[in-house]
Design a protein around this ligand. Sequence first.
Ligand SMILES: C[S@@+](CC[C@H](N)C(=O)[O-])C[C@H]1O[C@@H](n2cnc3c(N)ncnc32)[C@H](O)[C@@H]1O
Length: 449
Amino acid sequence: MKINDEYDLRIEKMTNSGAGLGRVEDMVVFVENTCPEDLVKVKISKVNKSFANANIVEIIEPSKYRVKPFCPMQKVCGACRFQYIDYSYQLKVKKEITEDAIRKIGGLDIKIEDTIPSPEIKSYRCKIQYPISRTKNSGRILAGYYKPKSHEIVNIKYCPIQPEICDKIIEFIRQRAFDYGISGFMEKNHTGDLRHVVIRSSKYTGKNLVVLVVNATKTFDRLNDFAKAIYDEFEEVSGVCVNFNSKKTNVILGSKSECLVGCDYIEEKITDKVFRIGANTFFQVNPKSAENIFKYVKNYIADNFETPQVLDAYAGITSFGIVVSDVCKKVVSVEENKESCDLARTVAVENGVNNVEIHNMDAGKFFAKEKRKFDVVILDPPRKGCTEESLNEALRLSKDTIIYVSCNPATLARDLKYLTEKGAKVQSIQPFDMFCHTYHVENVAIIKN
Ligand SMILES: C[S@@+](CC[C@H](N)C(=O)[O-])C[C@H]1O[C@@H](n2cnc3c(N)ncnc32)[C@H](O)[C@@H]1O
């Protein structure tokens, strides 16, 4: 097999990076933008020892799971890779992606439950992060998602997976930034003011927090005036913040934000608790689907324990801890981000929750010094998962149950393998669809030790 060779092949399944997998004799071939059961003519673009990559030349026989994408930009924008796949089949694919990771990386033979769908499959995404740039000649602002595998911005005017108001706010920024002397950022030579616009949108209040991420270390008059103009234009905007990020990095937010006008948070309701989300705080992008996960964890604890002590680690704004607090004797949370911990303390008081103890520190360091034992340890780490030291400590701190919430099946599988090697037993794995039309999947694993 060599580059530019053409083959006809049938797609067998999707991989955890969102490509379709087919075979030419014993060689595995990954083909983007395909769907299981598609018969496609492909052209080989890269050949490795045990696998190759290829592009579609022609769909000879489309899969019965193909549908017309509801967004006209789906082919050019890299955000919704799976929109051409029927939604119920997307759920099946996510279950299979989890199964594959748990079996191949984790070496475990565990039944994976059916994926619980997102209550909404359009307008679900409440955290919007648009990179900003400018056109070379006219300096017009460009705002949108990157094209797949590039840093070229697709100037998106309408995005059906986020609340409609976000399109309007972004369009205002696109049209008016120039009037305020705010230029778009050029990644190549690291010049210009505005790098990203981040919007945190609330399903509960309909309000939006706009965060202008700038290539600067302090605010300036033009930016303050522009922030005020955005705030005055939209009653749906609760506040406008600036975030400072002048580093040469792909990380979107710098560590410091400042409120320029209005209020520096939005409120979101999950079950009967009202949370505050700020510029630099983590919160699940799909609040309705997140609520299903929070309820699942709360029900598990309520059904299996009487007044337990719970540790909520990698807690963000202590969202799990505060939601489950009514069925617990005590909740202890640990989170490294100070803004999240400050908000969590306020939120606990506002919700009348007085059995939550919040620690602002590195989870690993907290685990190592903690002497108490917990009936349940909740772990909800970032995509890279937990360190072996943290997993050892979680086993030591947990009397018999760890609930591991994960947004990355590969690191979940790796960590479950480690836990089972240490004698723990995985009781169940439940996938949830938090990121509709993408290959991402959220899982909750219940582990007994
Ligand atoms: C996937 S989020 C989960 C947040 C929260 N459980 C929720 O559902 O809203 C992971 C969180 O872990 C925090 N984090 C990352 N590394 C950490 C560490 N070493 N120690 C403590 N917290 C950490 C991040 O700041 C982030 O808030």
